[in-house]
Design a protein around this ligand. Structure first.
Ligand code: D41
Length: 665
């Protein structure tokens, strides 16, 4: 083992130098922060076991990255120390133990707890209350002079309120909120510029713009949490310091809290972890600081970090892994979702091997290919997703992916309606959707089949008794009674409920079919206009769009639905199964059969809706726009463009009186 640490140390140093450069200089990391931290920790542990092997150029000898060339260097007169990490409760409790031992304190310690903002550490220098310099942290000793950029950040006062100490070096974190980050990326996408992988990178990129005018367009923000050089500001605790910073007009995070003892810190940690998802900016843990300045001084600092503070992190949510394959899932509503199958990786303590790619546009936008190395993230309990491709790790054998036109579950032809992100399977009998379709079909506002709840539907589908909604009407008492937890009486009740549903109105049946965009109201409008499912199914898109209130979206969806052979077959079987398909509203006559009407202008004897209903009840059709196929335009008072159009097209024009006469009123 003696030659091994030497080799491993060299390897770790090389790796860390490489990734450091990618991260800080190129802004294009190849590995996750967590992975980087692991390497750095391994290095530090190994070096502590073999101090004779520490080299002056070891990444452990500094924290942070080399400043970019473009900005003038800015030295920090008091070094900006970094923070040790605690990655678990045990590690935090060890910190608390150590701290109390070092202080000789038996009692609980007062701690200041702060959210750990995931941004960019900066220093602001105020001389007699006036902002004279802003710089990035850099390696802690020398950063970049970004004064002009800092001055564009609205929440940073150019002059302090109330107190004007001789000198005050304020430290804090510059961040970009989620909403602002997304907006920035949308804008970059529109302009064909590369996207930022996360808000932190976006904040760093924005602050290190050579042109302050560009920085000024980025809604950066800063929360302050400490001071470096200080002549003239007295405080006895971190709590007092933060309060003073607030009074001076600097922004301090509202979630800071002083607590007593390690237990209370654990509770705060948990509370903030729960709040993490709903905060408008990224935090990656909490920072815990011994509150009393006197105790801080007693504890002192190591070379790179104070002994009185620690970053108590949340589990990492981003990792890097490789996409081995892309499969397609069909959701309960028929949406086809591409899913990346990845080499398993632990993200925040959960083993992850799949991530949603959402849809084809998303794949194209991120240019995700099979074989790619990708940054994935898990946010809360939601399905992991791919944040970005690590383009520099491409070898050239990666394969682009295109969503299939056929449903991978039932083989039916899928559709992608215009303007929609998702490709969908619209087959009523698609096994991937069948349960959801049956729940909907049996629902109160649809066919209202009492007693056909989720559990029963699950059983019917799983036992293979029901493969589509029409099968419900062929179920027998024996089949139902044989199901688990089903008494003969209940089976009888279900059969009766199914029987009752055979007489639901046609618009309810149409709604029950679950055609996309056909809700209860649209179903009624369609049945009023077309009377039967046959007529509706035979209507062209144009004919559908002639109906008042029916737009291109509904027309396309309905037309697609009835074009599907399987769907037509199921409707035929519903009829065989005894489902009545008479128009709900019996026509009083067929007097206007084959004629279509458009009403325009103000009528006196009825509202437009009443007139339209009258036409429908007499077997005619009422539509909203005039075409060459319109039989009559009925023009009331102040009729406008529709009347003009009727004249142009040579459509018959009736006055309200003439219309009344025609229908015998
Ligand atoms: O929110 C933060 N990221 C944060 C960072 C914070 N709330 N407090 C911090 N306190 C310190 C000490 C205790 C050293 C003054 C810090 C940092 N340091 C820090 N940020 C980046 C390096 C160090």
């Amino acid at each position: 083992m003696s030659a091994e640490p030497h080799r491993r140390l060299q390897e770790l140093r090389d790796l860390l130098h490489f990734h450091n450069h990618r991260y800080y200089v190129l802004d294009d990391p190849q590995i996750s922060d967590a992975e980087y931290d692991r390497l750095l920790r391994e290095l530090i542990v190994l070096e502590s076991q073999h101090p004779e092997l520490v080299t002056p150029d070891s990444p452990s000898q500094r924290v942070g990255g080399a400043p970019l060339e473009a900005f003038a260097p800015a030295a920090h007169t008091v070094p900006m120390l970094s923070l040790d990490n605690a990655l678990s409760e045990e590690e935090f409790l060890a910190f608390d133990e150590r701290t109390r031992r070092n202080l000789g304190a038996a009692d609980d310690i007062d701690y200041m707890c702060e959210p750990k903002l995931d941004g960019l550490a900066v220093e602001l220098v105020y001389e007699r209350g006036v902002l004279v310099q802003g710089s990035t942290r850099g390696d802690g000793y020398v950063g970049e002079d970004v004064t002009l950029n800092i001055k564009t950040i609205k929440s940073i006062p150019l002059k302090l309120l109330h107190l004007h100490p001789q000198l005050l070096q304020v430290r804090g974190e510059v961040i970009l909120g989620h909403r602002e980050f997304e907006q920035l990326n949308r804008q970059r996408e529109n302009q064909g510029e590369p996207l930022f992988a996360n808000p932190r990178n976006a904040a760093a990129g924005s602050l290190r713009q050579l042109d302050p005018a560009v920085t000024a367009t980025r809604p950066l923000n800063m929360f302050c949490y400490g001071v470096g050089g200080n002549q003239g500001l007295a405080f006895k605790s971190q709590a007092e310091l933060l309060s003073l910073l607030g009074q001076m007009g600097l922004r301090v995070n509202p979630y800071i809290r002083t607590v007593r003892g390690a237990r209370a810190v654990l509770a705060y940690h948990q509370e903030m972890a729960g709040r993490r998802e709903s905060l408008p900016y990224d935090i990656d843990g909490i920072v815990v600081k011994v509150n009393e300045v006197a105790l801080q001084e007693q504890l002192g600092a190591k070379t790179k970090s104070p002994r009185w503070a620690i970053a108590f992190k949340f589990p990492a949510r981003q990792e890097v892994t490789q996409i081995l394959d892309i499969t397609v899932q069909v959701g309960r509503t028929g949406a086809l979702t591409p899913v990346a199958v990845m080499a398993p990786v632990s993200v925040g303590g959960v083993l992850v091997s799949r991530a949603t790619l959402h849809n084809q546009d998303e794949i194209d936008r991120k240019d995700i290919r099979i074989g790619d190395w990708v940054v994935i993230q898990r946010a809360g309990d939601v399905i992991p997703e791919v944040v970005t491709v690590v383009a520099s790790r491409r070898s050239g054998v990666e394969k682009p992916f295109v969503l299939p036109e056929q449903c991978p579950v039932c083989g039916s032809h899928t559709v992608r309606p215009e303007g929609e992100a998702a490709r969908r399977c619209i087959n009523l009998a698609c096994p991937a959707q069948i349960k959801e379709r049956i729940y909907h079909f049996a629902g109160k506002r649809a066919m209202d089949i009492d007693g056909l709840g989720e559990k029963l539907v699950d059983q019917l589908v799983e036992k293979g008794l029901v493969k589509d909604v029409a099968d419900l009407y062929f179920l027998t008492l024996e089949q139902l009674a044989a199901l688990e937890r089903m008494a003969d009486k209940s089976a009888q009740n279900i059969l009766e409920a199914i029987e009752a549903s055979r007489r639901r109105s046609l618009d309810r049946l149409l709604f029950a079919l679950g055609i996309r965009f056909v809700g209860e109201h649209v179903a009624r409008v369609l049945i009023d206009a077309f009377h039967s499912l046959e007529e509706l199914g035979n209507a062209s898109r144009d004919a559908l769009m002639q109906v008042h209130e029916i737009g291109p979206q509904v027309a396309e969806s309905v037309s697609d639905f009835f074009t599907n052979e399987e769907n037509r077959r199921i409707i035929a079987r519903l009829r065989q199964g005894g489902v009545e398909m008479q128009p709900a509203q019996q026509r009083s006559s067929d007097q206007l059969q084959g004629l279509s009407f458009v009403f325009t202008g103000a009528l006196t004897a009825f509202t437009r809706e009443e007139a339209e209903r009258l036409v429908v009840s007499l077997g005619g059709r009422a539509t909203s726009s005039v075409s060459a196929k319109t039989s009559y335009v009925v023009a009331g008072e102040a009729a406008g463009s529709k009347l003009d159009k009727a004249r142009q097209l040579g459509v018959h024009i009736l006055t309200e009186e003439e219309f009344k006469e025609m229908v015998g009123l």
